[in-house]
Write a protein of this length. Structure first.
Length: 260
């Protein structure tokens, strides 16, 4: 069910996304989290102008920001897909209820029979939490029909809180093991998804020019506090990964034509 929004908010949303430069920024962030200097290069505009329009988009929470774990001076921007989606459909409903797709959504997808499966590799530094959870979630949501893998640049044992958080969601990753990126060198993938800032900067090349996507997630294992607080950080990471991966499946559908 859509949350109630005022006509004024809907109009504000449509004006925000209707601006050519802001639309280009949203389109760039729909593919991958990016730094402001990367966005400036992509859309060929001055960095201060890009920063101004990112601030406008953040005024409705269409775009989020997070300081890089690799270099604290850098900030990664991301598209808040759920917020954009909610405001998009709420605005359509303001015009006519028939414009709202009430029977469709970013649900788990079923992949068609195909000769070559889609292969996705998730990368982080230790391959102990974020990438392990992403691997398990993608395998679960695609019903095992997407070949999901994960690896790290400095592998460490799978974190027990990652296993616990996944089990609470009905996903068993207890049999998954950590792997080095080196184990996958020379293999072909359709998508390489980096889920930490450090590994993005050292990610090696792979054959066949796979799509590279970056999701700027903080390391849940680095959260301070008592055991409950530390575990909640894994829960939150898992929930955010579910949202991102559901939309990744929709992206695979559009780009590969392999989801029905």
């Amino acid at each position: 069910m859509l949350n109630a929004h005022s006509p004024a908010q809907s109009l504000r949303f449509l004006k925000l996304i209707g601006h050519d430069l802001r639309w280009q920024l949203l389109a760039a962030l729909a593919h991958s989290d990016r730094q402001v200097q990367e966005l400036a290069r992509l859309i060929d505009q001055p960095q201060n102008l890009v920063s101004y329009h990112l601030k406008r988009l953040r005024s409705l929470d269409l775009v989020g920001e997070r300081r890089s774990a690799a270099d604290g001076r850098d900030i990664y921007y991301n598209l808040n897909i759920e917020q954009v989606r909610e405001l998009y459909f709420a605005s359509a409903a303001e015009l006519h209820p028939a414009l709202v797709e009430t029977n469709q959504g970013p649900a788990e997808a079923t992949l068609r029979e195909r000769a070559k499966p889609v292969r996705v590799l998730f990368l982080c530094t230790e391959n102990s939490a974020r990438s392990q959870m992403a691997e398990g979630i993608l395998r679960h949501l695609s019903h095992g029909e997407v070949d999901a893998f994960s690896a790290g640049s400095a592998p460490a044992p799978v974190h027990p809180n990652a296993v616990r958080a996944m089990a609470e969601m009905g996903i068993d990753i207890s049999a998954q093991v950590t792997k080095s990126i080196d184990a996958f060198r020379g293999q072909s993938f359709d998508y390489i998804v980096t889920v930490c800032d450090r590994v993005r900067e050292t990610c090696p090349s792979f054959p066949d020019d796979p799509q590279r996507i970056h999701w700027s997630f903080p390391d849940p294992a680095a959260v301070a506090g008592d055991e409950d607080a530390r575990y909640r950080s894994f829960e939150q990471t898992a929930l955010q990964l579910v949202t991102r991966i559901r939309y990744l499946l929709i992206q695979i559908e559009r780009e590969k034509g392999r989801i029905r």
